[in-house]
Design a protein around this ligand. Structure first.
Ligand code: FAD
Length: 462
């Protein structure tokens, strides 16, 4: 860009700016390096300047300055996304939200917080009042609630409470436009989906209201099985058992567990693992279920016992933390995101495993979608090139397991397989110059000359 960044920084005053090149570079990255493909494509993309507004008014000022200078803008919370969502592919301004971090209101069944609040801090504010977030990612110590709503989809709690997009989970969002005079819009109920999972391309979230649920005395549980399909079957039985109020159910292939050194001596070696979080009063029922499913209960730990034993949270072995445990030891590992046909069928998993080969190790998460239990696979893949990855994807898809590619930095490439024209119509309304993270949408260039109503009509036609 041919922007005078010195003048730009001065125009931002009194907003805090970061312009030390090494610090700007650090804030230009996220967890895209989980993918060797994304790593090659994104590792040299850096922003020019970072702004750190503290209040909605400061945010408005930053956006007005960006508009006046035609500066590309990328929002950044904790920078824990896995697809380069927060990488400034076109350079420009990075707006870090972490100084806008107040928990504003703990209400009846909801919490309202500024977008830059860390999810661990929100949970810490809720737990003394007997509540907790309905779901949160295992990155809660460094990830923001605004980043979760803009870039995430589900997490710990989703086996009970569904995905973020399910009705009632996102209650309201306050969103600022990137305009000459930035305006604030309130999206409520299903309208929040116009902004959710849009990767910050169509508005700047300043405040989030999310559903909360009663907190419980959670017990971290681990069980092991001789066969992977038995762990998977037990996971399904556990997730759908109405008498056991789990908030997490995950299974991991025994070969993955060899990369969990902190569990040495706590779980049986060379066995397939099931991890879960469930209330203290349901532990006896959990034990009975595992025995009935042919497994072995290795560990049940209350939070106090876990701290005493110096063990990690069970959720450090779930979702993308599982991948991280392997990556810590060997950077040749990567992963993929694969949907599984519903209802979960252990026989289909048993048929698929040998077809995949020794370089693909399954790991399943259980979640509730529309009231039904579904699973998705986040396998460890030993990366040996794009051609083999394509082959692995094809094996999954030929067996009826849809791949939601984790190795693309376009919003339409992963979870959303086609363009979301409602997202793009709102981009036209709230970001008329197309400055917000525009490189991330492959479809934007082909619709940006249309009116918002014309873009929206494409959604109906699709
Ligand atoms: P960032 O990475 O900073 O941003 C994410 C996206 O949101 C970017 O496109 C950014 O531009 C945009 N954005 C950020 N703030 C705003 C704002 N205020 N307004 C508009 N746009 C904004 N994800 C899950 O959904 N579930 C999981 O269980 C999960 N587990 C994970 C485990 C590991 C180990 C890792 C590395 C990642 C995991 N993720 C998971 C992905 C990621 O951690 C979460 O989505 C997280 O909530 C992102 O928050 P963040 O603050 O780091 O967002």
């Amino acid at each position: 860009t041919d922007i005078d960044w010195g003048a730009f920084a001065r125009a931002l005053a009194p907003v805090e700016v970061i312009n030390t090149p090494v610090l700007v570079k650090k804030r230009s990255r996220d967890f895209f390096w989980y993918s060797p493909i994304l790593n090659a494509e994104l590792k040299s993309c850096f922003g020019d300047l970072v702004a750190r507004p503290r209040t909605p008014d400061e945010m408005r000022h930053v956006l007005a300055v960006a508009y006046a200078h035609d500066a590309p803008v990328v929002l950044r919370g904790g920078g824990t996304g896995n697809y380069g969502q927060a990488v400034p592919v076109n350079g420009g301004l990075i707006i870090e939200t972490t100084a806008m971090n107040r928990v504003i209101e703990v209400g009846d069944g909801f919490v309202r917080a500024e977008a830059g609040a860390l999810m661990a801090d929100i949970n810490a504010a809720l737990i003394p009042q007997g509540r907790e977030m309905a779901m949160f990612p295992s990155t809660q110590d460094i990830a923001t609630v605004g980043g979760f709503v803009a870039g995430g989809s589900a997490g710990i709690g989703s086996v009970a409470n569904g995905a973020l997009r399910d009705p009632g989970n996102i209650i309201a969002l306050k969103v600022q436009s990137l305009d000459a005079t930035p305006r604030e819009h309130l999206f409520e109920g299903v309208d929040t989906l116009h902004i959710h999972h849009a990767w910050g391309i169509n508005g700047v979230i300043t405040e989030v209201s999310l559903r909360t649920v009663p907190t419980r005395d959670w017990v971290g549980c681990m069980a092991t099985f001789d066969r992977y399909e038995d762990a998977y079957a037990a996971g399904h039985a556990l997730a759908r058992d109405e008498a056991i109020a789990c908030k997490l159910v995950s299974t991991a292939d025994a070969r993955i567990c060899a990369y969990f050194p902190r569990l040495d001596g706590h779980i049986r070696k060379d066995r397939h693992l099931l991890v879960s979080l469930l209330p203290q009063e349901d532990v006896a029922a959990f034990r009975a279920l595992i025995t009935q499913e042919g497994g072995h209960v290795d560990l049940t730990l209350t939070e106090d016992e876990r701290i005493e034993a110096k063990l990690p949270h069970v959720f450090d072995f779930s979702y993308n933390h599982t991948t991280l445990q392997v990556l810590k030891a060997d950077r040749k590992a990567t992963y993929q995101q694969v949907g599984c046909p519903a209802p979960p069928d252990p026989r289909a998993i048993a048929r698929l495993r040998p077809q995949l080969g020794d370089d693909v190790w399954m790991h399943h998460e259980f979640a509730r979608v529309g009231g039904q239990i579904v699973t998705f696979d986040l396998p460890i893949i030993w990366f040996s090139g794009r051609a083999r990855l394509d082959q692995i994807n094809a094996i999954y898809e030929d067996n009826g397991f849809p791949v939601h590619d984790a190795h693309t930095w376009r919003v339409e490439g992963g979870g959303l397989k086609t363009a979301d024209y409602r997202h793009l119509a709102w981009k036209k309304r709230l970001d008329p110059k197309g400055l917000l993270n525009s490189a991330k949408s492959a479809a934007w260039d082909s619709v940006k000359h249309l009116s918002a109503a014309e873009i929206e009509a494409l959604e109906t036609a699709q």
